[in-house]
Design a protein around this ligand. Structure first.
Ligand SMILES: [Zn+2]
Length: 395
């Protein structure tokens, strides 16, 4: 299905016969509703069909009793330009990831750009250009929030003020540039925060030759908004240090697919034991040395639920509502006024699980039957997931 232009509006859309409605809200992950009404890309009603105004819809979708979940949010990607990644010289990776249920991606820095500028005027220019380019172009319909500069020594508060005024709202991973000491990072993270720019710090060993170690003391001192890939990207800190970060910091705990899987589970369990599941958010850290994983978010959901023994409906919140709240996004939750970004799923054909949630808890990934962004259908049966047992139909 073609990518809609940014100007195209959904009109009124009604989704009926929802079998399972995952809310994205960690405090109430399952809603007892079977119908969603959308007007021009925003949710206007959620409830039982008899209580909703279903008249005059331009589009009616029969969910055929499958699951509707907020579109997945990948909290940690490294886009460059368009739908190309030089990391594995691959085209179409973002569109392919949409077929894995991801409707929003957040850049942790456009670090794979060949010849990436490291001088201050150059890094600011790149960030502003990347922010503009992805605001104007959505590969596969995916909302890519990009323009995340990698901070370098010598930046002043004026640089952060200028970036914020130009529309930059994210920092790339702190630690990928020349700022690696806790005291330096702390000052720049505070300037960023003062000007409304959210920060993420690289956690753990170097990701590729040329990057460095960021240990727990630097993470704590820098106090970035997101403890980026707390389970390493790929090389993790010792498990005890990761648990200490969960305990001593109040910031977001980001777990990624391209990290240490054992430590991913330890971090999630630590957050649950500390009674702060709302802090857990998920990313892929792709494209990476281990490739592009269009199903990366679904795979980490299945990993945490099955081997981490966490109910699947909670883990879906890590990749939807938690991320939306922490990052201030108008998606990720099934609520009136939010963006109509949804993934329709059913248990994969021939899974041992009797329900979708049970199949995920057994370690299988779901089959995707449709992806909707701003009320517009961007794919029907996914070309990447195992086939869903049942798929929705556009009436
Ligand atoms: Zn990193």
């Amino acid at each position: 299905m073609a990518t809609a232009t940014l100007e195209e509006k959904s009109g009124k859309v009604v989704i009926r016969h929802i079998g399972l409605l995952l809310s994205g809200d960690i405090d109430q992950p399952i809603l007892s509703a079977d119908t969603i009404v959308i007007e021009d890309g925003l949710i206007t009603a959620v409830g039982r069909a008899k209580d909703c105004d279903l008249e005059d819809a331009q589009t009616v979708i029969d969910a055929r009793h499958t699951c509707v979940c907020p579109g997945l949010i990948d909290s940690h990607v490294h886009p460059v330009f368009g739908d190309w990644t030089p990391r594995q010289n691959q085209l179409g990776w973002i569109d392919s990831t949409m077929h894995g249920g991801v409707t929003t991606m957040i850049s942790a820095g456009e670090v794979h750009l060949p010849g990436r500028p490291k001088d201050i005027v150059g890094l600011k220019a790149l960030a502003i250009t990347a922010q503009r380019a992805f605001a104007n172009f959505r590969p596969g319909g995916v909302k890519v929030l990009a323009g995340a500069p990698v901070i370098e020594k010598g930046m002043t508060e004026d640089d952060f003020r200028e970036l914020a005024a130009a529309g930059v709202s994210l920092l790339g991973e702190v630690g990928l540039g020349s700022v690696k000491a806790g005291y330096e990072a702390k000052e720049m993270v505070a300037w960023a925060r003062k000007h409304g720019i959210q920060s993420t710090i690289h956690t753990g060993g170097p990701s590729i030759p040329g990057s460095g170690l960021i240990d727990k003391d630097v993470v704590l001192e820098a106090d970035a908004d997101i403890i980026g890939h707390i389970n390493g990207g790929h090389t993790a800190l010792p498990e005890s240090h990761v648990c200490e970060l969960c305990e001593k910091s109040s910031r977001a705990i980001e777990i990624v697919h391209n990290g240490n899987e054992r430590v991913a589970i330890a971090a999630a369990r630590a957050a649950l034991e500390l009674k702060c599941p709302h802090r857990i958010i998920l990313g892929t850290d792709g494209p990476a040395g281990s490739g592009v994983q269009p199903l990366g978010i679904l795979r980490i959901i299945a990993l945490l639920s099955s081997l981490g023994h966490i109910p699947a409906e909670l883990v879906f919140c890590f990749a939807t509502g938690n991320t939306a709240r922490i990052r201030g996004l108008n998606c990720g939750l099934i609520e009136v006024g939010r963006a109509a970004d949804f993934v329709f799923m059913d248990r994969a054909k021939h899974t041992a699980g009797k329900t979708l949630l049970e199949s995920v808890q057994l370690g299988d990934i779901p089959g995707i039957g449709m992806v909707m962004i701003d009320g517009l259908v961007h794919c029907t049966r996914s070309r990447n997931t195992p086939p869903a047992t049942e798929v929705p139909v556009v009436l």
